[in-house]
Ligand binder design. Structure first.
Ligand SMILES: [Zn+2]
Length: 213
């Protein structure tokens, strides 16, 4: 897909009309908004939630195009609407922690969509990222790979912290929230690592807690 039509101008990834930032203002206004507060508000260990959108058409098309087909124009549009919606709600946050992918998924896809969204948010807000501060431990193989960091990490069901976050307000950054189980497990690891407060920041939440990308 070729969507950059000239110096600094883009065509909208949804309607192909002119757009300053990947998606035009009309299409952006029509995107499915999440109810406030979204269902994810009830996730264990999460103090606050910032999720602007529902995972529904046409947002789901863009997410899947980026996530599974590496459509960079879609990724750019998603990063723009994500940062413009949440960057004004991050006042007390000390650190951004993107949800890490399991190693197998990371290799298959070659990038982590949550990490890309977190990088975009960090660039806009100036809040530092802890992209390497937490690792996903899917099984015994991954766990053994992390053994060198054993002294410095805290284990909680699915994640290992390799860097403490004592007293910090940490924002977990994810692309699409479904059951909230991942965020809850990561929040637990962050609490073990000393986090004082945990906010979940995501692009979208599914309606029925199933059927994510
Ligand atoms: Zn449009």
């Amino acid at each position: 897909m070729c969507t950059q039509s000239g110096a600094g101008s883009w065509t909208c990834v949804l309607c192909s009309g002119p757009a300053a930032a990947g998606i035009c203002t009309g299409c952006e206004a029509d995107l499915p908004r999440a109810a406030q507060p979204p269902v994810a508000h009830r996730i264990r260990g999460i103090d606050a939630v910032q999720i602007p959108y529902r995972y529904a058409y046409p947002l789901d098309v863009l997410v899947r195009a980026f996530k599974f087909h590496r459509d960079l124009a879609a990724g750019h549009a998603l990063a723009m609407i994500f940062t413009s919606n949440v960057s004004n709600h991050l006042q007390s946050i000390d650190r951004l922690v993107p949800v890490p992918l399991a190693r197998g998924r990371y290799l298959a896809r070659s990038f982590n969509q949550a990490a890309l969204l977190a990088h975009a948010l960090g660039a806009v807000s100036g809040i530092p990222l802890a992209a390497d501060g937490v690792r996903r431990i899917g099984g015994s193989e991954q766990q053994s790979r992390l053994s060198r960091a054993a002294r410095r990490r805290n284990l909680a069901d699915a994640f290992a912290l390799v860097e403490r976050v004592d007293g910090e307000h940490v924002a977990i950054v994810d692309d699409v929230v479904t059951t909230g189980a991942t965020a809850a497990a990561l929040a637990r690891a962050l609490r073990h690592g000393g986090a004082a407060r945990v906010t979940l920041v995501a692009l979208a939440v599914t309606d029925n807690r199933r059927g994510g990308p």
